[in-house]
Ligand binder design. Sequence first.
Ligand SMILES: Nc1ncnc2c1ncn2[C@@H]1O[C@H](COP(=O)(O)OP(=O)(O)OP(=O)(O)O)[C@@H](O)[C@H]1O
Ligand SMILES: [Mg+2]
Length: 480
Amino acid sequence: MSEFSSLGLSDWLVKQCVQLGISKPTAVQQNCVPPILQGRDVLGCAKTGSGKTAAFVLPVLQKLSEDPFGIYCLVLTPTRELAYQIAEQFRVLGKPLGLKDCIIVGGMDMVAQALELSAQPHVVVATPGRLADHIRSSSTFSLSRVQFLILDEADRLLEQGCTDFTADLEVILGALPSKRQTLLFSATLTDTLHQLKNIALNKPFFWESQSETRTVEELDQRYILTPEKVKDAYLVHLIQTFTDQHHDWSIIIFTNTCKSCQVLTMMLREFNFPTISLHSMMKQKQRFANLAKFKASVYRILIATDVAARGLDIPTVQVVINHNTPGLPKIYIHRVGRTARAGRNGVSITLVTQYDIHLVHSIEEQTQTKLKEFSVDEKEVHKILTQVNVKRRECEIKLEATDFDEKKEINKRKQLILEGKDPDLEAKRKAELEKIRSQKKKFKEKIQEKMDKQKKAQIKKSIRKRKDKQKKAKAAAAAP
Ligand SMILES: Nc1ncnc2c1ncn2[C@@H]1O[C@H](COP(=O)(O)OP(=O)(O)OP(=O)(O)O)[C@@H](O)[C@H]1O
Ligand SMILES: [Mg+2]
C-alpha cells in the first residue's frame, strides 16, 4: 500500500492517485491532509509545483464520500484558467464518486452557470467576481451548507492589486455558514498571514515548508543585463537557441502589459516561431483555446501577462523568460514557478535593464537565491538587432492600425459598468477634475508670475535707491 493510506485516505482515493502516477505524498500533502481530515482549518504554504492542489482535493473528496450533498465545497481562485485546472483535478480524482462540479468564472454564459448552480453540484470552483454576481442576482442556489471553503492562491485573493477581490469576497463570505472548514493555500502566504487568519477563524493549523530558499532547487535561475533597446534581440536569440537545441521544450514568456504581449506575439510570429498569447484583453473562449493549444504542444511558445503567473501546471514548460523584471519578488516566484514543477528541472531567464537592478536585488533577498548571469554570444545578438527592431516597429504600426486601444477603452467602460458606475458620468467627472486641476495650476502660475514681478520690481527699486544714494554721496563729496 502506498503512503497515502497512512495519511488516513481511503483505498479508492489511494487507487485514484496511483492511476494518476502519484504514489508518494509530497511534504505539503503529508503535513496538511491529516489535520484537514481531523476537521481543522489549514493554512498551507509550500513552493510552486509541490502538489498543493491534491493536498486539499484529496481530503475534501474523502469527507464528501462519507456524506455527499451539494453544494459541499467552494473553491475560490484568482484566475479563470486556474479554476478550470482545479475543477479538472476534482473531476479526475473524484470520478468513482460520480462527482458533480461546476465552474463559475467571468467571460462565460451567466444563465448556463445559474442553471448549473441550481442543480446543486458537489463542488463549485469560482473566481470571486462572477460568483459574487450570482449571489447578488439569484436566489436559485444556496451556499449555506458549504462544509469547505478553499482559497487557492489565497494571498492574491486578499491583496488589493489591479484586480481587487475584497468587495466580492465580502459578499461570498456573507453567504457562507460560519461553521465550516477553511483551507488557504499559496506559495507566498506569509506576508498576508494576518488577513488570512481573519478568514480561517477556527484556530488554524499553519504549515510552511522548511527551506532556506523560496524557489525550488531544480530551477536554474539566470539573468541577462541588457539595454532596453536590445531586449527583443536577446529574446529572439534565446528562443532561436532553445528551439534549435530542444525540439520538445515549451517556453513561457512573461511581459507586463496586454499590448506588449500582443506586439511580441506578432513579432515572434514574423520570425516563424510557433507563438500564441494569453492576456486579459482576449475573449475568454480564445484564452481557453490558446492555453489548450499550448498545453497540447501545438504551439511551443506562450507569451502571457501575469494572468498566467500563478498556479498553471504545464509539465512541458522547460523555460520561463521574464521579458520585464517583475516589480515584486512574489510575482517573480510565481512566474518562474511555471517551470521546474514536481521535481522536474527548469530554467528561468530574467531580462534586466540598468533601471531594474534594484528589483533583482530584492528578488534575491526574498528568494534567498543568487541569480546567475546567462552567457550569450553578444555578437550573434548584435547581428540580428536591426532586423528585430525593424520588425518590432512594423508590428507596433500594424497593431496601432487595429482597434486594440479602442478595445481597451471598451473594456474599461465595461469594467466601470460592472462596478455599478456610469462610464459617461465617470468620464465627465474625470474631465471636470482635470479642468479644476488645470485651472488651479494656471492660478498658481499666475500668482508665481506676479510674485516674481514684484520681487524683480523690488530689486530694481532697491538698486535704484542704492545708486541714488551713491550719486548723492558722490555729489556731496564733490561739493566744495
Ligand atoms: N504526490 C505527488 N507525487 C508526484 N506528483 C505530484 C504529487 N502530487 C501532485 N503532483 C503533481 O505535481 C504537479 C504540481 O502540482 P500542483 O499544481 O498542485 O502544485 P502547486 O503546489 O499547487 O503549485 P503552484 O504554487 O504553482 O500552484 C501536478 O502535475 C500534480 O499532478
Ligand atoms: Mg497551485
